[in-house]
Design a protein around this ligand. Structure first.
Ligand code: AP5
Length: 192
């Protein structure tokens, strides 16, 4: 069945407010990908009231990183449940430890990694003006999220760049202008 086909996995990376979620929604709709957002999966865990929820809430409120095993298990479950073999993983891996754990637990490497490169002041502006502000969209937590991004996520991005897997997109301009740069990355892909 289609389930046995190895999934085509795209990691979508970028700082907080770089527009990962916005662009993933457009990619999913245009190119028929399933969209898994690590942040959304964690927020769902919080609202489901499960035993990990409170701990996850405390971590997110501080702008810190949730332990790898929690995020990876959530992503793995979604990949297994999805009939779609073309998968966007939005906001993951956050750290090199995340990356290594994913490769060993799920047993696959990403086929493609997209990095939305956005200036810090633009990211801050977007997050502060988000319509329904999230619990982590206040200035202190945003600063912490940016720090965590520089310290832990940039090394992951550099790793994929050194492997020749990284597609870097300058994430400035309107959502449509950015999507125009994303579009050719996906039209040039060939799926088995
Ligand atoms: P997550 O939900 O992934 O948040 P984030 O990385 O901080 O990113 P955002 O969702 O805030 O922004 P985005 O880049 O998706 O931009 P968006 O499209 O929404 O993670 C939240 C937290 O969960 C983390 O801090 C961490 O604690 C935890 N976590 C998540 N993943 C984890 C993992 N793998 N391991 C451990 N912990 C993890 O756009 C932002 C705003 O800008 C929107 O209002 C949008 O409308 C607007 N916008 C978008 N594009 C444009 C544009 N071109 N022009 C103007 N406005 C725009």
């Amino acid at each position: 069945t289609s389930k046995q086909v190895r999934p085509f996995i795209t990691f979508v990376l970028g700082g907080p407010g770089s527009g990962k979620g916005t662009q993933c929604a457009k990619i999913a709709e245009t190119f028929g990908f399933a969209h898994l957002s690590a942040g959304e999966l964690l927020r769902k865990e919080i609202s489901s009231g499960c035993e990990n929820g409170e701990m996850i809430l405390d971590i997110i409120k501080e702008g810190n990183i949730v332990p790898s095993e929690i995020t990876i298990n959530l992503i793995r479950r979604e990949i297994e449940l999805s009939e779609n073999r073309k998968i966007l993983v939005d906001g993951f891996p956050r750290t090199n430890e995340n990356r290594i754990a994913f490769e060993s637990i799920i047993g696959v490497e990403p086929d493609l990694v997209i990095f939305f490169d956005c200036p810090e002041e633009e990211m801050v502006k977007r997050l502060l003006s988000r319509n329904q502000g999230r619990i982590d969209d206040n200035i202190e937590t945003i600063k912490k999220r940016l720090e965590v991004f520089d310290k832990l996520n940039l090394p992951v991005i550099n790793y994929y760049s050194s492997k020749g897997k990284l597609q870097k997109i300058k994430a400035v301009g309107t959502m449509e202008e950015i999507f125009e740069k994303v579009y050719p990355v996906f039209t040039s892909l060939r799926f088995e």
